[in-house]
Design a protein around this ligand. Sequence first.
Ligand code: HEM
Length: 204
Amino acid sequence: MGNYVKRFSAFDRVVHWVLAIAFFVLVMSGLGLFAHTFFSYFDFFGGPEQGILAHKIAGIVFLITSILLFFAHAKDTCRFDSDDGRWFKGFGGYLSKDQPEIPQGKFNAGQKLFALFSIIATVILGLTGYVIWDPTSMERGLTQFSLMLHGLFFILFVMGAVVHIYLATIGNPGTIDGMLWGQVKKIWAKKHASKWYQEVGGKD
Ligand code: HEM
């Protein structure tokens, strides 16, 4: 495949898509639990009881896959350098048309931030989810505090995921190829991740 460069293993991709499906189930069933307006969303699952069960199962699947995804990419997402600082200063070039491309590693600074936010939010949602699993079993104050944090991180995560999905699809054409087929066009790699492209043996 002369025009392509390998980006993600089959393991990376399966973990990511299982995580994305679990997230979708969590959002649909979570909205039913979150506000009365969305109560009818439980109908997708066959009723409130089944919706809550789906939320618990998807929560466990999400927790496991999110931790796996984080460790699969940690060596690329937990390392920030001065180019990342320049990327943040210029908002990744998203606010100006003629800003030169800032060299980036496998993931750009914004993606690294999202990956770190994802794992922190996952841990907080997992811990608070454990406390509210059976709302009558824990101390009242702790349950109420956990409910508040769970709702807050749910909203933040949905906002982050909307931005992530937009940037990984319409916002940056060609990005989705890596998560679908495991490889991206060399021209994509040179533009979006030039330092990574050099590292994996790309030539100008
Ligand atoms: C339809 C939904 C989704 C699509 C189309 C999508 C697409 C993608 C793509 C294309 C990548 C690779 C980016 C690259 O090669 O540079 C990626 C990475 C990633 N995705 Fe998703 N994704 C979706 C849902 C999610 C959800 C729901 C989460 C978390 C809750 C998530 C978390 C991540 C993380 C942590 C990475 C690695 C770092 C990053 O790119 O920010 N994704 N996604």
